[in-house]
Design a binder for this molecule. Structure first.
Ligand code: TYM
Length: 351
């Protein structure tokens, strides 16, 4: 059985990269898979969050999911801290993961900055909690942006090591499932989860600097389009986006070495649900002075209804909380079974 899991941190400034790289793609996947979408508040607190701002941001991310078209009845929407099994499984995985694996994580190096001694221990083991999020539901597919690729590889490594270390127990308890790994058939308790990273916007870059990804924490608000921006702000940010003086190429190969141009074309393509090649076939030869207003109009047309819906949901915080509570209950029913089975495989007396 296949299952989707994904999540967004409620750490402020939900932006176009989060939408195009993740949430918008989830909406489509709902038709084909059972899905679990989480607001990962326990990940957010790996760096200090103002408590009231965290409460608001958690509801805001949930509102974005709903406004984008996630169906919380057919699927599951909840906040991570309401399902204690995530933290519990993360501990078990902390005993599986190797320090060497964690030391290779580039996101830790980026986020911890120069003074690693001052980073929280939570930031360091962030990826084991992420593996726990996914594997608590034995999810088979995780749709994310390109920046999460390394974390997904670590998740597979943890699953594979667990399956290997406890192979005999898993078999003895009849808890194994067979999985197709390319040519090979392997048996294990946890699936080797596949990342789903595709489309023209898996890595949306800053509007001010084509070498940096669009991020929640960039000090320049002009660097990103927030899902809460109004039409004027969106148009202004695209107008001011950094570009080069050349016209758009007519083929994708012509975007090589033109990071800012590539980014705007990718954003437009993702918003339009078209391929970059198709966009360039239409707009190749045009100047940015012509292309930018087209991008801005489409961005406003796509995002304005979403931000209006978000505001509508946020006007009723109790309504959002009820959805999250209901989702957590249904999530917990699945995760608690995984925890019970994992503990019994490992020899932890529980039942
Ligand atoms: P987070 O909150 O940083 O980002 C949420 C999602 O948005 C994607 N994303 C981007 N995509 C394209 N361009 C960008 N500039 C951009 N910035 C962010 C991210 O790849 C992600 O898909 N660790 C995760 C949250 C998480 C999670 C999980 C995800 C926790 N547990 C389990 C999947 C499964 C994170 O920090 O995402």
């Amino acid at each position: 059985t296949q299952r989707i899991f994904s999540g967004v941190q409620p750490s402020g400034n939900l932006h176009l990269g989060n939408y195009l790289g993740a949430v918008r793609r989830w909406v489509k996947l709902q038709d084909d898979y059972p899905c679990i979408f989480c607001v990962v508040d326990l990940h957010a607190i790996t760096v200090y969050q103002d408590p009231e701002a965290l409460e608001h941001a958690t509801r805001e991310v949930a509102a974005a999911y709903l406004a984008a078209g996630i169906d919380p009845q057919q699927h599951i929407v909840f906040n991570q801290s309401r399902v204690p099994e995530h933290a519990e499984l993360a501990w078990l995985f902390n005993c599986i993961v190797r320090l060497g694996w964690l030391n290779r994580m580039t996101q830790f190096k980026d986020k911890a900055g120069k003074d690693k001694e001052a980073a929280s221990a939570g930031l360091y083991v962030y990826p084991t909690l992420m593996a726990a999020d996914i594997l608590a539901y034995r999810a088979t597919h995780v749709p994310v942006g390109d920046d999460q690729k390394q974390h997904l590889e670590l998740t597979r490594d943890i699953a594979a090591k667990f399956n290997h270390d406890y192979a005999d127990r898993i078999a003895a308890k009849g808890l194994g499932v067979t999985m197709q790994m390319g040519e090979e058939t392997v048996e294990g308790y946890f699936p080797l989860t596949e990342p789903l990273i595709d489309g023209p916007a898996t890595r949306v870059m800053s509007l001010r600097d084509g070498s940096k990804k669009m991020s929640k924490s960039d000090p320049s608000d002009l660097s990103r389009i927030n899902l809460t921006d109004d039409a004027d702000q969106i148009a202004k940010k695209i107008r001011k986006a950094k570009t080069d003086p050349d016209a758009l190429p007519s083929e994708v190969a012509g975007l090589a070495g033109r990071a800012e141009a590539d980014n705007l074309v990718g954003i437009f393509a993702a918003l339009a649900g078209r391929a970059k090649a198709d966009v360039l076939a239409e707009y190749g030869g045009r100047q940015f002075s012509e292309f930018k207003p087209v991008v801005a109009d489409l961005a406003v047309a796509v995002l304005a209804p979403i931000s209006a819906e978000m505001r509508r949901y946020l006007a009723d915080p109790a309504g959002i909380d009820a959805i999250l509570r209901d989702g957590a209950e249904r999530a917990r029913a699945i995760a608690s079974q995984t925890i019970a089975e994992t503990k019994s495989i490992m020899g932890l007396l529980d039942q």
